[in-house]
Design a protein around this ligand. Structure first.
Ligand code: FAD
Ligand code: SF4
Length: 539
């Protein structure tokens, strides 16, 4: 696989750990070809980076954002932590324009997992067979059984806390690595409302540690202190984001993370294979020669890079079928002192609505409790209720008595929901992405069904001043996976049909949205993709 050489020895060769201590990291010379360049270190990039490095491959990850040391660099302060969000402008159109920036994707080593809530349910087997079941949407070219061992591995590495017995989906082959987390205020209220309606609930699977946890190659990580600021980054390392789990594993196994390196171009050889990745660092353009590329930049930047480079798009599917989960939130006021900023924000779940008997739509949704930080909530109120100034201030006086629940529901792929390149250029001289999104009839019916149930739950729980905030969450689709090169961008192993040494692994390859939070499935896909790549390389 080619011996790596030290590059700029003594000048670099270190990366920060959780506490800001510098740990040794291998360096590769850009002018010498590495086995693989991984673009992006989020849920898609980091697991396969670790897996490939562990197998002895020379791998370099190029990451646009900084390599933070959470204990040193993360504050319990929402404004300060805006540094974790991808805030380059994205143009948003359609009937239901998606909110980007803080609402949708992250930047930095660890990607969007730096600020995710860490809800980590698995998909259910029928999530992957939507078209077979309903005649709409898309089937995945994989079965649950293909992902199952990788779900288990990902859960172990990031340290998922969960119940002894999870009421939905196939029986688990192994228990969750850690006991469930305590329920925060919103979760206790949701449980109360659901109980009287006969809706089953369970402590959620969440990648925050309910106890001290040890993993070889990572070391000890502290238990969650219920600080409640998961979406602003966890400064104790208790949350299983990529920077404190798969990234240290990758570095320990010999991978290099080149942070603050923004990828712009791919150079190809006469055979159509990518030979180098061109990126900008410290204002200087550099080229990393490579034998393979794993593009893991998320469902906006991945298709944008492919469109800018005119790559992997013989099917015309790059940028099509943009999806965003239906994510209605319902907020209410309670007599109880809820303190929504306290406790684990992702605490309680119900999948009783996975396939509702009275549904007039395809697919289903899950119900989850929400914890919320004050500025985030104020932003939701301003956007959702149009309250400003004195009216907003008055509303916020009741913040400590506020609790929310939300859904995560299926969103059908539609060729009309697209990502294209706009004529406007960004600060780097690259076309800004333009995303057009409109909910279809299926999403509207599903949301209406959910709102009725959610209002009943909050009513039973004793809520007053209930208000609904319709929204869509997560960026999904745009480079879909399939068996047919005419209809898909990558095959079931993530290999681009048109470019034999290009692999894609992130939210973009999902053929359908799944009615669960996506991160654990992305990690499982990433680990599987690495194994498929290694098996093909050995054959
Ligand atoms: C507030 C919030 C809460 C969430 N909570 C949950 C949750 O509870 N559970 C769940 O499952 N999901 C959750 N999500 C979603 C989840 O975080 C994402 O779906 C997931 O992390 C996406 O993984 P990815 O690999 O596709 O992209 P990302 O994790 O976003 O990684 C992409 C990486 O690529 C880098 N990159 C992009 N372009 C370039 C370039 N040109 N050059 C170099 N690097 C580049 C980015 O900086 C980033 O680090 C949440 C999201 C948000 C916004
Ligand atoms: S609630 Fe737990 S996991 Fe979330 S930020 Fe606080 S310590 Fe970290």
């Amino acid at each position: 696989m080619g011996e790596p050489v030290q590059w700029r020895t003594g000048e670099d060769g270190h990366a920060p750990d959780l506490h800001g201590r510098e740990v040794p990291m291998r360096r590769y010379r850009p002018g010498e070809g590495v086995d693989a360049v991984v673009v992006g270190t989020g849920a898609g990039g980091a697991p396969l980076l670790a897996r490939l490095a562990r197998a002895g491959l020379s791998v370099v990850a190029l990451e646009a954002g900084r390599h933070w040391a959470p204990a040193r660099d993360f504050a319990t302060d929402e404004s300060e932590q805006n540094k974790l969000f991808w805030t380059d402008e994205r143009l948003s159109g359609g009937d239901d324009p998606i909110g980007f920036g803080k609402n949708n994707s992250g930047i930095g080593v660890g990607g969007s997992t730096l600020h995710y809530t860490a809800y980590t349910p698995r998909a259910q087997p029928d999530d992957l067979r939507l078209r077979s079941e309903f005649g709409v949407g898309s089937d995945w070219p994989l079965a649950y059984e293909d992902l199952e061992p990788y779900y288990e591995l990902a859960e172990r590495v990031i340290g998922v806390s969960g119940p002894d017995s999870y009421p939905w989906g196939p029986p688990r082959r192994a228990p969750y690595p850690l006991a469930p987390l305590p329920l925060n205020g919103a979760a206790q209220l949701m449980k109360r409302g659901c109980r009287t309606l006969g809706i089953r609930t369970s402590p959620a699977a969440n990648a925050a540690l309910s106890g001290l946890y040890h993993q070889d190659g990572i070391g000890w990580r502290a238990a969650c202190t219920n600080r409640g600021f998961c979406q602003a980054g966890c400064n104790s390392g208790a949350k299983g984001s990529m920077d404190v789990t798969f990234v240290p594993l990758a570095i320990g196994a010999g991978a290099e993370i080149r942070a603050e390196s923004f990828v712009r171009l791919f150079e190809t050889d006469a055979g159509g294979r990518i030979s180098a990745v061109v990126y900008q660092r410290d204002g200087v353009e550099e080229r990393q020669l490579c034998r393979n590329v794993f593009l893991c930049a998320g469902a906006v930047e991945t298709p944008r890079l492919l469109l800018i480079n005119g790559l992997a798009n013989a099917s015309g599917q790059v940028g099509r079928n943009f999806m965003a989960h239906t994510g209605l939130q319902l907020w209410g006021r309670f007599d109880e002192d809820v303190r929504p900023y306290k406790g684990i924000p992702g605490a309680l779940i119900s999948e009783d609505t996975h396939r509702p008997a009275d549904a007039d739509f395809a697919g289903g949704y899950l119900l989850q409790s929400i914890g919320v930080m004050p500025l985030t909530y104020a932003g939701q109120v301003a956007r959702g209720r149009g309250l400003w100034g004195e009216a907003l201030t008055r509303h916020m006086r009741g913040y400590n008595h506020t609790a929310g629940i939300n859904i995560l529901g299926e969103c059908l792929p539609s060729p009309d929901n697209t990502l294209t390149l706009s004529d406007e250029l960004d600060g780097r001289g690259l076309p800004k992405p333009l995303i057009r999104f409109s909910n279809g009839e299926n999403e509207r019916r599903l949301t209406a069904h959910a709102e009725t149930i959610m209002r009943a739950i909050w009513s039973e729980a004793g809520a007053s001043e209930v208000w609904a905030f319709p929204r869509n969450a997560h960026t999904i689709g745009t480079c879909r996976m399939g068996r047919d090169s005419e209809n898909a961008v990558v095959d079931p192993d993530g290999r681009a049909f048109d470019v034999p040494n290009l692999f894609i692994c992130d939210n973009s390859v999902f053929p359908s949205a799944l009615s669960v939070n996506p991160a654990l499935t992305i990690m499982a896909l990433s680990l599987r993709m690495a194994d498929r790549f290694l098996a093909a390389a050995r054959a």
